[in-house]
Each structure stands twice: as C-alpha cells, then as structure tokens.
Design a binder for this molecule. Structure first.
Ligand code: NAG
Ligand code: NAG
Ligand code: NAG
Ligand code: NAG
Ligand code: NAG
Ligand code: NAG
Ligand code: NAG
Ligand code: ZN
Length: 882
C-alpha cells in the first residue's frame, strides 16, 4: 500500500475555511495541508519501479575459473546455428509437457583455447549419454577431442573441455541433442493455454529477453554474439509454426509414429539471441490484401477474435507505422515480413522479437464495440514501441545490458512519433509529458534513484540484468532523448540517427557511438552548442536526478539545484558533476518564443530574463527539457493572472506543467502551498485533458490528506466550483468526441460525482440501473464505464452492489472484470465493504493474485479505510504467507 494514507488527520482548521471565497479557501487549505505534511513527515509518493536501492559496485573478487564467471570469454564467436525443435503439445507419460531438439552451432575461434563455454539452462542432456556434444570442423580437418563435459547451473553453462586447443581463425561446429520442459512459466520456450468454444488449446511460444534463449537450446546468449539462425520446427499438422523468418519449406511426415509437419524457415539476418522467437499454435491470421509492398504484414490471434474483427485496427496501424519508421530512420525495413501475435497468456506488454512480435491480447486486439479510447491508444503505442525496436535495438544492438536505457528509452520516445503519424488527430505527442516525463520526475526525485547508465562490469547476473528494466530506463530514457532531439531539432537528430544505423547495421554499439554520430551531424549543420553532445548528455545520464531551475524575473538571475521531493532527504551517492547540469531552456516572454538559452553554471544572470511591466515569463516550453521550473512570486502570480484571463496564451503542455511543478515544489517545501493551489483556480475555464489530468492527480493527494477533517467539505465545495463548468460542457457535446475529450469527460464525470455537482450522481445511477434492467445490452459508453461503475455503486445501495458482484463473477473479458473489481470497493455502505473484505480472502471468490490489490481499493475508500487497516493487520500473517 502506498504511503500517506494512514497518517493522523486531526489538523486544526481555522474558521476562515468555511468562507466561500476561493482565495480564502485556498489559503486555509494550504495552511492545514502544510501542517499535515510537516507532521506526517513523509516524502511524497513512493515511486514505482525505479525504487530499488542500487548501491555502487560491489567489488566481488573475480572468480578464477572461466565457468564461474557470468560473462562469456572472448575466445569464440558464433557464426550460425541450425536448430530443430519439437514441442509436444500433449502431456508425456510423466504428466509433463516437453520439447526435444538438436542444434549445430558454427563458431569461429578468436583466441586459442581448450574450453568451449556455451549457455544452457534447464536443458537435459542426460538421456543422450555419451552424446552430450560432438565437435567437428567444416573443412575436413580433425577437431580436438572432447575430454569432458558438464553443466554449470549457477552460471548457466554447458562446459566442454577439450584435450587439444582450437586454432584462431578456424571454424568449428558443436552439435548437441537435448530435452527441455515446455512449462507454463512464461520464460524461454514455454506453454500457454486458453479455452476456445469449450476446448482447451495449447500454444508453444517463447520469451527470450533477457537471458532465456539458453532455456530453448544451447547458445552464446549475449546480445553482442550475433549469428544467423536456421530454424526448423516440428509440430502437429493442424497447427501453424512461426519463427523470425518466413517459412520456406513445409513437409508432412511421420516421426516416432506420429503425424507431424516440419516447417523450415528462411535463415535470419545476423541477430542477437534475445530477439529470437518461435510459436506453434492454431491461431488464425489476417494480412494486407494488395501487394504494393514487399514486406508481408500479418496479425495472428485466436481465430474467434479475428472473426470478430479485433485484429483490423492493429493491421491498419502496423502498415502505416512501418512506412513512418522507414522514412524516419531513412532505412528500409530490414526483414521480409512482420508478424504481430496476440497471446492469451503473456508476461510483458509485448516483446520486440525480430519479425515476430508477441503481445498481450490487450496490447494488440481492439474491439470497437466494447473497448475504450484508452484501450485503443494502448494498442497504438505498444505497436509503435515494438516496431521502433525493429531498427533501434534489433538492427543495431547495444553491446551489453548496462546500456539498456538507450534501447528502451529510445523506443519509449519514438513510439509517440510513430503513433502520431498513424493517428494525427489525437495529439499524442503531448501525452509523453504525462506518460513518461512526469512519471520519471516522480521516481527520479527520490534519493533512492540511480543514474541511467551503469558500468558494464556492474551488470553480470541475470538478476542484475532484469533490474535494468525499470521506470528510469524507460521513462527517464525517453525524457532525456526527447530533450536531446528538441535542442538539436528533429532534422539534425534524425540525420545523426540514420548515419548511426547505417554504420552499425547488424552490429553492436555502446551509447557513445550514437553521440558520435549526432555530434558529427550537428557540426555539419553548423549548430552551436555550449559544449559537445557527450559533455552535455553525460550530466543527464551519469548522475541521477534532475534540477529545478529557478528564475527570478526581477533580477534576471537563474540558478539550478538538484530537485528532491523530500526536503530532508540526504543524498549519499556522489556525482563527478556535483549534481549540476547543462540545461537547455526554451522560453517565452511577451508572448513570443525566444531564442534557446543554456544554463551551464550553478547560477547566472541573464539580463533578457528580467521582466518589467505586467508581462510574464514562461520557461521550459512544452516541457522539452527534463527539469522543473520555479519563479519569483510575482511571476507566478502573473502566470496565474494570464491563465485566468486567457489561458490559451500558454501552451497546453505548460498549463499542465505549471500545476505539476507547483504542487511538487510545494511538496518539497520550495514553494508555498498557497501558490500551488492557486495554479488550479483557472481550471473553471479549462477544457483540455492534460491540465485536468495533472490537476486531478495533484489534488488526489489533497483528498487523501483531508478526507476526514473539517477541511474536506470546503475542499469539495472549491473543487465542485472548478469542475462544474467542465462537466456541463462535456456532457452536452454531441458525439463523436475527440480522442482526448473522451478522457476529459471521464475525469469531469468522476470529479463531478465526488464533489456532488447536481445531476451527476443521478446520471450515473440512471445509466447503471438501465444496465441492471437489461444486463445483456450495456449502453454505457466504454470510456465512462470505470467512472460509472464506481460512482453508481457509491451512490447506490445493496442492489447495485449485488448486481455488480454478479457481473464480476460472470465477466469473460479481463478488462471488464478488473473495472468491476475496483468499482465494488466504491460503496459507502460499511457492511458491504466488510463483506467485500471477507470475500477478498476467499480464493473461490477473488483470485489470490488479486487479493492485496482488492484490499488496497477498499483502503482507498474513506469509509473503508480504518477497518481495511484493522483487517489487514489482523490477517497479516495469512496475507504474507499467501
Ligand atoms: C544448416 O541448414 C541449412 C538449411 O537447412 C543447410 O543448408 C546448411 O548446410 C546447414 N548447415 C550446417 C552447418 O549444418
Ligand atoms: C533428464 O532426463 C533423464 C532421463 O530421461 C530423467 O531421468 C531426468 O528426470 C531428466 N531431468 C530433468 C530435469 O528433466
Ligand atoms: C486505415 O484506416 C483508415 C481509417 O479507417 C483508412 O483511411 C486507411 O486507408 C486505412 N489504411 C490502411 C493501410 O489500411
Ligand atoms: C537517406 O539516406 C541516403 C542514403 O541511403 C542519403 O543519401 C540521404 O542523404 C539520407 N537522408 C537523410 C535525410 O539523412
Ligand atoms: C509545443 O507543442 C505544440 C503541440 O502541442 C506544438 O504545436 C508547438 O509547436 C510546440 N512549441 C514548441 C516551442 O516546441
Ligand atoms: C504562504 O502564503 C500565505 C498567503 O499568501 C501566507 O499567509 C503564509 O504566511 C505563507 N507561508 C509561508 C510559509 O510562506
Ligand atoms: C450470470 O451467470 C449465471 C450462470 O451462467 C446466469 O444464471 C445469470 O443470469 C448471469 N447473470 C447475469 C446478470 O447475466
Ligand atoms: Zn522496448
């Protein structure tokens, strides 16, 4: 559970609170809020993902034996593999699902050695006693004899010790036969099950990133060990086999007394093991009809889902986005086909296997009838993200996992560009500020954050590699790359990018290789910067955190300071740059955009930033820089005056950022809470999604703080006044709504119900009761379902709750069940909440994996809070055990 919910709420509240005037309310609220903050002494939201305290290098002594080290030695280099795998989609006599296989890897000797180390994990060679491995050459010479072989489970190697040495420059072939389990563990070559028309179906599929290819066949399982893969799959004739390349030859035969089909695929391009994939399923597919392009694009999914048309949107946007990325990267799509597969059972959101991308169903399939805009946007951005990797990541691959941030940050940035190209009317590029920049701010303003990059030698074990996949790598990576592209300008950025991709195609890099190409591009373009790209960017990637830039418009002085959400936090991680950054400032004065300014020192005076008269100054236009901004009080007030008179003079992203910065600065006790609350005053006129989103998440804290104090009432009254006009407006709009207006309407309805805007609760109850009368004919707008369910259950009684419970039990769509499970916690009736708490520990009613989040939902409800806490304490042992 998150911090900040169970703190005491007995703040003294002044009589002034009850006055109606907004300004007075604001001041009173902020006084009470400040007291709460101080007494609670909590440091703001505990960040998700990036929390883990990664301390510096732990200098463990280098193990003596090569097979005790996690990294491969530099003696051998793979060239190609011939792999045949036969997954059994039925249980064997022992009740297990298995696969068998054999593989021949050709490798070149780079340095003389008498040892072959090749990754292998959870594979069984013992049934082929005496044939664990065979070493040959391709040119008829004699290969050294194998002295002994063994498995080294800790470091996941098959160790082959030779009696002679391998000769540098010569090639050898190692042949192995093995068996593995097709477990349902979502790793390596694994099994996924689903039920269609009452029939249980088995899919054999893969997830290799980061270190699971070694569970499918013995391989040099590091990203720099690129090779060509010749894949063959043996499978039931009723199924289809897919791999990274197109299928080349299909033969039907009988093996071990079973009818089988053997599918051989065209050899891949040179590639890393972690983006391999193979799938055996009875999925159906759709593809583009005309053949204007040479690239074959298909969507694969359960046949039923495709019959219902749920793959059409993915197909349409995949085609448009491939075109976009070809032109953005100035490089044609490197493969002959692009398959996108929706799996009923998949751990990550999606995986960028080269030419065979795997997705969760909710990330690829879109049902126009029941899905919300949010579902659609997710499909769009996930496809864009994965396709972006086809070049950046797959064609050119980072040498080692310590640079993962560049791979993931890059895809997380350009996914917005690809998505924008496919859906230009959605203004989706603006969403990066909320989706990644602010997310990164939250995690990166804690002392427990860490720098983007790590040293190669600090990342060795599989656990250390999987730790790299966090919010910092994805969201901060995206934010700083966006900043780089913005200060270079997109044309210069893509020139450097495409020359990088051309030089390193099918190869591996370190992040400075990209800087080299960008630096050359900006010199060619004659773009002036205060320092080289290396020097500027090092400050953002080698040290954690980010600055708050303070501009005093009365003097024109600018300064920077490491921003920490908790003012009492102590930073104990040293930085060679002393927590100072080279900060690009895009800014606006007198309503005119000014020339980009650079803050290179801790403090500086920049005369043009002095403002006279009633004019305001706005810095960090469109939040293109990865930092927060603070101003002198007068400038804050001038900004608020501008917002109240004509908010459109300030770009929409900045309207959201003013709110987000102000509340964060207030949390850090850098800015008076009064000022933060004042930033919300203009919202009576705001109709755009992003500022409302920023406000509603900032104000959420206030609700949590105040919800049983005397301030709660006035707080609601204030918010009610703010949201009333938006609610009226958004309910009157005739459909179809714009993409973001659909989001805004949902926020408006939710806040209107919470604050009691007349008519709002009656409206949700009416919709909900209509559904109760006709359960099979839900007329509720998919974009409003989450809000309507929750608010109707809150406004209703036992009948509404019981109906929702029944619909939850009957739900067949995962997203619908999730909405209902959270809505059930919205009731105001104590005994219903109590019953729901009891249900949450009954695995026949709520799945075990959902128990804690259900209790969390109940605890978030004002009515449920105290007894959820008691309950949690009394059942702690049980919960912990389960
Ligand atoms: C690998 O398989 C391909 C085609 O299946 C074949 O042409 C090639 O000779 C094989 N290579 C080795 C080393 O076995
Ligand atoms: C490996 O194969 C042998 C022989 O078939 C079998 O006894 C053993 O249980 C297998 N081990 C694993 C881990 O699958
Ligand atoms: C995708 O859908 C849009 C709108 O429905 C349509 O105009 C466009 O032609 C489609 N594109 C492709 C490549 O199918
Ligand atoms: C695109 O690549 C071609 C060579 O493949 C090059 O001549 C051209 O200048 C590149 N364009 C851009 C914008 O980089
Ligand atoms: C800011 O973003 C908007 C789109 O939201 C764009 O139209 C505008 O050109 C951007 N301004 C700057 C200075 O980057
Ligand atoms: C915050 O602002 C309010 C109203 O302007 C003022 O009364 C209060 O003293 C200020 N608090 C601090 C800590 O500056
Ligand atoms: C839920 O499912 C049960 C059993 O299939 C059925 O009897 C009941 O009518 C369903 N309830 C609703 C509201 O659809
Ligand atoms: Zn990714």
């Amino acid at each position: 559970m998150s911090q900040g919910i169970y703190i005491s709420k007995n703040a003294a509240v002044t009589a002034a609170v009850l006055a109606a005037a907004a300004m007075v309310t604001i001041i009173a609220l902020s006084v009470a809020y400040s007291k709460q903050k101080t007494s609670a002494g909590e440091g703001g939201g505990a960040g998700e993902g990036g929390g883990g305290t990664q301390v510096g290098p732990t200098p463990a002594p280098e193990p003596k034996e090569p097979w005790d080290r996690y990294r491969l030695p530099d003696t051998l280099s793979p060239v190609s593999y011939n792999v045949t795998l036969w997954p059994r989609l039925e249980k064997d006599e022992g009740g297990r699902y298995i696969f068998t296989g054999h593989s021949a890897v050709v490798f070149q000797c780079v340095k003389e050695t008498d040892l072959i180390l090749i990754h292998s994990s959870k594979l069984n060679f013992t049934m082929f006693e005496g044939h664990q491995a065979t070493l040959t050459t391709l040119d008829g010479r004699r290969a050294p004899a194998i002295r002994t072989t063994w498995l080294q489970p800790k470091t996941e190697y098959l160790v082959v010790q030779l009696s002679g040495t391998l000769v540098p420059g010569r090639s050898y072939q190692l042949y192995t036969k093995f068996q593995g389990e097709l477990a349902d563990d979502l790793e390596g070559f694994y099994r996924s099950e689903y039920v269609e028309d009452g029939v249980r179906k088995i899919v054999a599929t893969t997830q290799m990133q980061a270190t699971y290819a070694r569970q499918a066949f013995p391989c040099f399982d590091e990203p720099a060990m690129k090779a060509v893969f010749h894949m063959t799959l043996i499978h039931p004739r009723s199924t289809t086999a897919l791999a990274n390349g197109r299928d080349a030859v299909i033969t039907d035969t009988i093996l071990e007394g079973t009818d089988v089909r053997i599918t051989t695929f065209e050899p891949t391009k040179p590639m890393s093991t972690y983006i391999l994939a193979f799938i055996v399923s009875d999925f159906g597919s759709i593809k583009k009809d005309d053949s204007s392009s040479t690239t074959l694009v298909r969507i694969w999914a359960r046949k039923k889902a495709l019959e219902l048309g749920h793959g059409a949107y993915a197909l349409n946007v995949t085609l448009r986005m491939l075109e976009f990325f070809e032109s953005y990267y100035n490089t044609s799509y490197p493969l002959s086909k692009s398959d996108q597969v929706a799996l009923p059972d998949f751990n990550a959101g999606a995986m960028e296997n080269w030419g065979l991308i795997t997705y969760r169903e909710t990330s690829l399939l879109y049902d126009p009838r029941t899905s919300s805009n949010g579902n659609k946007e997710r499909v769009l951005t996930v496809i864009a993200h994965e396709l972006a990797h086809m070049w950046f990541g797959n064609l050119v691959t980072l040498r080692w996992w310590n640079d993962l941030w560049l791979n993931e940050g890059f895809a997380s940035y350009v996914e917005y560009l690809g998505a924008d190209h496919a859906e230009p009317s959605w203004h989706i590029k603006d969403m990066i500020v909320q989706g990644d920049v602010q997310r990164a701010f939250t995690v990166d303003s804690l002392v427990s954050s860490h720098p983007l990059t790590r040293k190669e030698e600090e990342v060795n074990k599989p656990e250390e590699i999987s730790q790299m996949f966090d919010t910092i790598s994805y969201s901060k990576g995206a934010a700083v790359l966006r900043m780089l592209s913005e200060f270079l300008s997109e044309p210069v950025f893509v020139k450097g990018l495409s020359s990088y991709l051309h030089q390193f195609a099918f190869g591996n890099t370190v992040y400075t290789d990209l800087w080299d190409h960008l630096e050359r591009a900006r010199r060619r373009e004659g773009l002036h910067l205060p320092d080289s790209i290396h020097e500027i960017m090092n400050r953002w990637i080698l040290q954690m955190g980010f600055p708050v830039v303070t501009i005093d418009t009365t003097t024109g002085s600018i300064s920077q300071q490491h921003f920490l959400l908790d003012p009492d936090a102590v930073v104990d991680r040293p930085s060679i740059y002393n927590y100072q950054w080279i900060v690009p400032i895009k800014w606006m004065k007198n309503r005119v955009e000014q020339e980009q300014h650079w803050l290179t020192d801790k403090t500086a005076v920049f005369e043009p930033m002095r403002v006279s008269g009633g004019e305001w100054l706005l810095a960090n236009m469109n939040v293109s820089g990865y930092y927060r901004v603070n101003y002198d009080l007068q400038n804050w007030e001038r900004l608020f005056t501008q917002l109240s008179s004509n908010h459109q003079a300030i770009p929409v992203i900045n309207r959201a950022q003013i709110i987000d910065d102000a509340f964060s600065l207030a949390s850090a006790r850098i800015l008076n809470t009064t000022v933060a609350l004042q930033s919300t005053r203009y919202l009576v006129q705001e109709r755009e999604y992003i500022p409302w989103q920023a406000a509603s998440s900032s104000l959420y804290y206030f609700f949590q703080m105040f919800d049983r104090t005397e301030v709660y009432g006035p707080m609601l009254a204030y918010l009610k006044k703010l949201v009333g006009p938006l609610y009226e407006y958004s309910m009157k709009i005739d459909r179809p709504l714009s993409h973001t207006m659909a989001y805004t309407r949902s926020i408006a309805l939710s806040l209107a119900c919470t604050t009691g805007v007349p008519g709002s609760n009656e409206q949700v109850l009416e919709w909900f009761r209509q559904w109760m009368r006709e359960p099979n004919d839900i007329g509720i707008d998919p974009n409003l379902k989450t809000t309507v369910y929750c608010k109707a259950i809150a406004a209703g009684g036992e009948a509404e709750w019981n109906f929702a419970w029944e619909m939850f039990r009957n739900a067949t769509v995962a997203s619908e069940a999730a909405r209902l499970r959270s809505a059930l916690a919205c009731t105001k009736v104590p005994w219903l909440l109590n019953r729901y708490l009891q249900y949450s520990l009954d695995p026949t009613k709520i799945r075990k994996q959902d128990a804690t989040s259900t209790i969390g939902y109940i605890a978030n409800n004002v009515v449920g809070q105290s007894f959820a806490w008691d309950f949690f304490r009394s059942k702690w042992d049980y919960l912990f055990k389960e």
